[in-house]
Design a protein around this ligand. Structure first.
Ligand code: GLN
Ligand code: ZN
Length: 754
């Protein structure tokens, strides 16, 4: 028999049905019953797809109207005090999104993915009680379709480990209370059927855990395993290896462990232990994080390696993690190049892969159709290897013969030349790049893409907007200007569209948070930047002012971290090709007279590995490629970078090693606290700590910003500081932007006494 297992399935819907109905509901266009109706249909449809694809272990409770951590908070009744007067959907969405009276709960990234969960708020007084029927209801729903699902739950240790303590108390003091609720829930589950699998997701175990946390594991899973003989417990981890936890779990009565063999190949070190304990292994070999067609031969080799240790009876073939992190289906990609499309597999295609791989592994008789599919898989993979679309000899040769990997001059020398050249003194004012993306500029871009306006019309609109931005910045007296980025809808997509090796889909949406989805570009081949990408626009903007116009690029690490990246080349190599392209752009800009250039690395920190043991390697290639991307800059070209956060304590030396002349960061919401580390390490380069929060429409007063600036110069000498907002202004509206920036310039004048 072929045994296969899907950790979890996307829920937003192949046409983003859930997104649409939620947004209609929030806009009060439909009732909640409409949301429930759509949600139920989505669940049914997703189960049916999996059943049709012959998936044996199909999840329930992987669905959520917003987020499963939030669902777990509801399940456990751990509702923060401020929401106590609300119930049902009002409560649920207020926790997720806030309402008139209550601020929303915090949201943060789910490990190293772009999925965001709602962070539980725990204090020493938090109480837990079984508080939701969702799990039971959804199991029964599937049962009506004739599907006995396995039930997904967030593990108790991961739940508490990812929550935040609002009173600095230890969140783990609640572990026994959480386990008690789970036991009660398992009791109820055990009545549903005589044989039910319950999956506890414990991805926290892939991090470097403190012994204190590891010490909880045994008793938690001893207890949960003993609730009912009707229940078999799976503990699953993903995104990395979890060897420390596996060592303990094999000594509990759980039925199976689910491990990721794609992003956690070190899990192989645990195979002996698993074998000796006679546990079942769910071997995650179908990649839930990337979009490339599996190579069946590789998958079978890997599984055969595993089965040298663990007998086939004890192996189930699974996805590496939930398929939530990949787009839904290729079916609606009508415009995608046919060849490239033949190299891809999204969630629904991965179901088919899973079935075919497990059938082959367990030597189940193949149908004629199966044989044809397996042949096609082989053919497509072989064809991809030799495709001329992927391999660009010219670029490969250029990369091989690179001689310069960093700027020729040292910062100390450069900064002298730059200060003379640009003639700025201190607390120089600038912005991060974008100005409001108005309905008009969106419309303009849309019309141009749809071919309803000519290139001339399109460009005339952009120029008009640049003129407006330049005039405004001059009027309020900013020192360093930007063009406003009206030609870009997204800081990665814009560059991806202008370089070879990228492709864009119509419908490859991935849930980012709640109803929000992102559609990352696909990097499928060698990246080549043939022509200048930004030079004409920046030159135009510069021609409109005698002040300094700052050029605006996106850095290689951010482009990589916000794309689906080819898997036939190390990420570091792909980043190098991108860096090489950016480097040419930097050179063209400086030759065109643009001598101040910002290379944004908004997502630099997002790429950090989950395990300490891998951090050095990431930092090395990330820093190297950033340095390469600006290596063409002459001494008097000033390189800026920007990062959308400011917790630099652990990585300050790495940031310094990037060697940007100026870095702007996000600090407004935390006063001068986060700047202190720059002082502690005697950071050399210049810094623009954001002095106002751009995430809110609120206009900060002059006084407030004066105070903020004063707080900053208490920490660092004013000569080392620039003054700017926290981040780009594209999501804001003009009236707010105008007032805020005016106040910002005014505040600097007051501090400078002019
Ligand atoms: N230059 C970009 C902008 O201003 C930077 C955006 C970002 O850091 N996320 O929009
Ligand atoms: Zn930013």
């Amino acid at each position: 028999m072929s045994k296969n297992y899907v950790i979890g399935y996307p829920r937003i819907g192949e046409k983003r049905e859930l997104k649409k109905v939620l947004e209609d509901y929030w806009a009060k266009k439909v009732d909640f019953s409409e949301v429930e109706y759509v949600a139920e249909n989505l669940r049914k449809r997703h189960w049916t797809y999996q059943k049709e694809a012959k998936i044996e272990y199909i999840a329930s409770n992987d669905f959520s109207l917003y987020d499963n951590m939030l669902d777990t908070t509801i399940l456990l009744g751990a509702i923060p005090q401020r929401f106590k007067d609300l119930k049902d959907q009002e409560l649920y969405f207020a926790m997720a999104r806030g309402n008139q009276d209550c601020v929303a709960m915090e949201m943060t990234k789910w490990f190293n993915t772009n999925y965001h969960y709602i962070v539980p708020e725990i204090s020493k007084d938090t109480t837990f009680k079984l508080n939701s029927k969702k799990v039971i209801k959804e199991y029964k729903e599937a049962q009506e379709l004739g599907i006995n699902t396995k039930i997904n739950l967030i593990g108790a240790i991961t739940y508490l480990g990812l929550s935040k303590s609002i009173d600095n108390s230890d969140v783990f003091v609640h572990i026994s209370s959480v386990v008690k609720v789970y036991k009660e829930l398992l009791e109820e589950i055990s009545k549903l059927n005589e044989n039910i699998v319950v999956q506890f997701d414990e991805p926290l175990f892939v991090k470097d855990l403190e012994p204190k946390v590891l010490s909880l594991l045994k008793s938690v899973y001893d207890e949960l395993s003993n609730v009912s003989p009707n229940i078999r417990i799976v503990v699953t981890t993903y995104f990395e290896h979890s060897n420390e936890a596996t060592k303990i779990l094999v000594n509990t009565p759980i039925w199976a462990v689910g491990l990721d063999f794609i992003h956690g190949s070190k899990n192989c070190d645990s195979l002996d232990l698993i074998k000796n304990s006679n546990k079942v292994l769910i071997a995650g070999v179908i990649d839930g994080r990337n979009i490339w067609k599996s190579n069946f031969e590789d998958k079978l080799n890997l599984l055969n390696e595993i089965s040298k240790v663990i007998s086939k009876e004890n192996i189930i073939v699974g996805t590496s993690c939930s398929l939530l992190h990949v787009p839904f289906t290729l079916s609606y990609e009508e415009k995608l190049d046919g060849e490239i499309k033949s190299w891809l597999a999204f969630a629904s295609e991965k179901l088919k892969e899973l079935n075919l791989v497990s059938k082959q592994f367990f030597e189940v008789k193949l149908s004629l159709e199966n044989i044809a599919d397996i042949e096609k898989n082989k053919k497509d993979n072989n064809q991809r290897k030799v495709s001329t679309k992927i391999h660009n000899q010219k670029i490969q040769e250029e990369i091989r013969s690179l001689k310069q990997f960093e700027r020729a001059d040292k910062f100390q020398d450069r900064i002298k030349v730059q200060r003379e050249f640009f003639k700025y003194d201190y607390l120089t004012t600038t912005t991060i790049g974008s100005f409001p993306q108005t309905p008009e500029i969106r419309e303009n871009r849309k019309n141009y893409k749809a071919n309803t306006i000519s290139k001339e019309q399109y460009e005339a609109e952009i120029k008009k907007y640049i003129d407006y931005c330049v005039a405004f910045q001059e009027e309020i007296g900013l020192d360093i200007l930007v063009h406003g980025e009206p030609e870009r809808n997204d800081m990665v997509e814009y560059f991806g569209e202008l370089m070879d090796g990228f492709v864009f889909t119509q419908n490859a949406w991935v849930q980012s948070y709640g109803s929000r989805c992102v559609k990352p570009p696909l990097i499928y081949g060698d990246v080549n930047r043939e022509n200048p990408m930004t030079v004409e626009w920046i030159k135009y903007a510069q021609s409109k002012t005698s002040k300094v116009m700052k050029g605006m690029l996106t850095g290689p690490v951010t482009i990589i971290n916000w794309s689906f990246v080819r898997d036939d080349l190390p990420r570091s190599e792909v980043a190098k090709q991108i860096a090489h392209g950016i480097c040419k752009e930097v050179d063209d800009l400086q030759n065109a007279g643009i001598k101040m250039i910002q290379v944004d690395e908004a997502a630099f920190k997002e790429g950090y590995p989950l395990r300490v043991e891998n951090i050095k390697a990431y930092e090395n290639w990330a820093v190297d490629n950033f340095r390469l991307s600006v290596s063409s800059a002459k001494a008097d070209t000033q390189i800026h970078t920007h990062m959308c956060y400011s917790e630099f304590n652990d990585i300050i030396k790495t940031i310094e090693a990037m060697d940007a002349d100026v870095i702007s960061i996000e600090t407004a919401r935390s006063g001068n606290r986060l700047l202190k580390i720059f002082k502690e390490v005697a950071y050399k380069q210049e810094i623009g700590p954001g002095i106002y929060d751009i995430h809110s429409p609120r206009v900060p007063s002059v006084e407030e910003m004066v105070n903020q600036i004063k707080a900053l110069i208490e920490v660092l000498p004013k000569e080392q500081l620039w003054i700017n907002p926290d981040c780009g202004l594209k999501t804001r509206k003009w009236p707010e932007v105008k007032e805020s920036l005016k106040n910002m310039v005014e505040a600097v004048k007051i501090v400078k006494n002019i």
